[in-house]
Design a protein around this ligand. Structure first.
Ligand code: OSB
Ligand code: MG
Length: 366
């Protein structure tokens, strides 16, 4: 296709409740939305999953906007014609910036698949029509509030609970929830909050039969994770450390991880995500789809990915109501703990343009 016009806008959406992690507390989501229009007038949409500040990953909203405008978009527009599959090749000279690159690739892919009348799920090789939902539960003010929040999600039908942990909010929090729900699939996410010397502390969690411990150590500390994996029985699952197919191959070869959280934004897009999925399927490594508090636009695409056969664990693909009072698409509603994979062309959903305009904080056309 030929890129005719690109619209970049930032939107601001309050979260239904504050989301506290070891890297900070989110009370709202600032999202960079990308819309591409091609020569046929077909529009493709994507959201960039970077957060306002570089606390989870080095990328952040305004940085991504600048990176796109200054380098990525001009490189893409210099090509007389471009496919989504070309995007990673054309953008490769510009280092890093996976989230910015993923957003552009996904918007182009959405338009491309709409022109072809194919859903993203079909394009990626999805084998499921609905996916099991997990939910990520932030660090609470106290154990009573944690119990109350987890109960609301279990009652709503979520099939897996993930507790955010950090030093001082780990053993007791997990023990409390495990006592109330002896059988629920349960896992924890530390977002890099521990250090190599915390092996003994983290091994205390082994008694709770957790599915996995997500990213206990620094994103660059692959060796540390490999050492930790020998000290704890609970499987280690990398999130922040996995930024590409290459890094997934390396972490697996070094036995630093035995489960992988695939977040398309973090690895540069859905095409790279599919490659990591295929590698893991081949190696019998379970994968699950991570989340970045996405709007319905990003959620739709994540559901297509989570419908691939290697996604054997429930992901952080929760219903719209877990995040927002009003979503920018028709809300994703959970039914018996599942969300339905969109089947329409491309990502299969459209934003509500009136609502989008209402919550837009800045907008430019290129
Ligand atoms: O580490 O998985 C994470 C949200 C923002 C940034 C990082 C993470 C998360 C979550 C929530 O855990 C996932 C979601 O529900 O979208
Ligand atoms: Mg994580």
């Amino acid at each position: 296709m030929k890129l005719h016009e690109i619209e970049l806008r930032t939107i601001h959406l309050p979260l239904v409740r504050p989301f506290r992690t070891s890297f900070g507390t989110q009370t709202s989501r600032e999202v960079l939305m990308v819309k591409v229009t091609n020569e046929n007038g077909t529009a493709g949409w994507a959201e960039c999953v970077a957060m306002s500040e570089p606390l989870y990953s080095p990328e952040y909203v305004i940085g991504c906007l600048d990176f796109m405008k200054r380098f990525l978009i001009s490189a893409l527009r210099d090509k007389p014609s471009i496919t989504a599959e070309d995007v990673p090749v054309v953008l490769k000279p510009f280092l890093g910036g996976q989230m910015a690159k993923a957003a552009l690739e996904t918007a182009i892919l959405d338009a491309q698949l709409k022109d072809q009348g194919i859903s993203l799920a079909k394009y990626l090789g999805a084998t499921k029509t609905k996916v099991e939902c997990g939910v990520s539960v932030g660090i609470a003010n106290n154990l009573d509030e944690l119990v109350e929040e987890v109960k609301s999600y279990v009652d709503a039908g979520y099939r897996r609970i993930k507790l955010k942990i950090e030093p001082g909010w780990d053993y007791e929090a997990v023990k409390t929830i495990r006592q109330i729900y002896p059988d629920i699939p349960l896992q924890v996410d530390a977002n890099q909050a521990y250090s190599r010397s915390d092996g003994k502390l983290l091994a205390k969690l082994d008694e709770f039969n957790l599915l996995l411990i997500e990213q206990p150590l620094d994103e660059h500390d692959i060796l540390g994770h490999a050492m930790l994996a020998k000290e704890v029985k609970t499987p280690i699952c990398l999130d922040e450390s996995i930024i590409s197919l290459q890094s997934a191959q390396d972490a697996l070869a070094l036995e630093a991880t035995t489960v992988i959280n695939i977040k398309p934004g973090r690895v540069g897009g859905y095409i790279e995500s599919k490659k990591i999925h295929d590698l893991c399927l081949d190696k019998k490594i379970p994968v699950w789809c991570g989340g970045m508090l996405e709007t319905g636009i990003g959620r739709a695409a994540n559901l297509a990915l989570a419908a691939l056969p290697g996604f054997t664990l429930p992901g952080d693909t929760s219903a719209s109501s877990r995040y927002f009072k009003q979503d920018i698409t028709t809300p994703f509603v959970m039914d018996d703990g599942y969300l339905t994979v969109p089947t329409g062309p491309g990502i299969g959903v459209e934003p509500d343009l009136d609502f989008l305009d209402e919550i837009t904080t800045a907008k430019e056309l290129i």
